[in-house]
Design a protein around this ligand. Sequence first.
Ligand SMILES: [Zn+2]
Length: 408
Amino acid sequence: MSIQFFYEKNLEGVANSVKRKQEQYRKIVRHLYYNDATSIAGIVKAVHISQPLVASLVDDLIGYGMLLDSGVGESIGGRRPNLFCINPDYQYVIGVEINLHTLNLAVFDLSNNQIQKEEIKYFDLEDSEEYLLALVEMIEMLISKLDVPKERYLSIGVSIPGLVDAKLGLSYTHLSVAANGLANYLAERIGLNVLLDNDARIMALGEKAFGKAIDKENVLCLNLTNGIGLGMILNGELHSGKNGFAGEFGHIPIEPNGELCHCGKIGCLETLTSGKVLVQNVKKAMEKGQPTILAQYQKEGKKIDLRSVVEAIKAEDQFAIDQLNQICEYLGKGLVTLIHLLNPEMVIIGGRMAHTGKYVLDPVRMSMNKYAMRRISSETEIVCSDLLDNAALMGTMANVMRIALNLD
Ligand SMILES: [Zn+2]
């Protein structure tokens, strides 16, 4: 099932001329989606189509309801020009963020606003038919909350942890019960196009479209939650590799005599520095009776997990900050390898750990100062995401529009 804008479903005529017209419409829609309201002259300049043809295509698109006349702009000599923009309510996109223990869903309009959002706190990712049925039910429930006919949804963008082949819509790590792939399963049940990709890559797309990677060409986006995910924007494009497995940064071997990783190998970076390791270390040290606000949290019945450890760090708990510092040494060291290889202009730390802000940035920078070649690393900015927990959902929207507006 390919992505089609609603008006494209009813274009009539000879196949070749329909295709050409479709491309011309898309060029205009693409320009207006990625830019502010634009005059006919501005569109002509951007899409390299003649003025009379642009005027007629824009007229058509207004007729279909895809574009709106958004008033008059500044004059550049002569009459003030009319401006045109995308009609935000022409169609909607559904974003689904599958996490190991939670599920987040949103509906976006074509101005990228979340007009409906659901956060399901307890939704453990299990390889079972029941999980798939519950997932479909949640998406159908979201759709039923808005008074929008199904054909007005452009696509469902899905993000999931682990190894994903985005072209086949297949998760290799989770939900193997969906025999033809998760994307096909959902598309058949719900009757809409579905685009699936790995969470770290989706978050990188979110950062590129809406976060700190806007206008940047080479950016590494880390998803530091329980594991370590990596999404790479290289030369302005998402880098996926041959099968879409690029970015398994957490599983590069570091410590030959180290711990067994959940991937089956020994001493992966993730076994030395990740949210999971941080929580393990915190628990071990607490057993020895180290004074910390976390002991207080525990008395109040709170679980010691990444969420509560991050909360303690933000509350300036010396013990928790110490524990974070320790794992950041390895993270910085690992990042140096990436920076030496790829020379990015920016590294964005996202995921749960990004909530600690300077507490994660400072020790990572210190470790990098120690291990990196200064000439290379001094050109790389390291920052925390400002999209934070919204990065993956925003990324599903960015991914759908990137593919819907692809011109080739
Ligand atoms: Zn591993």
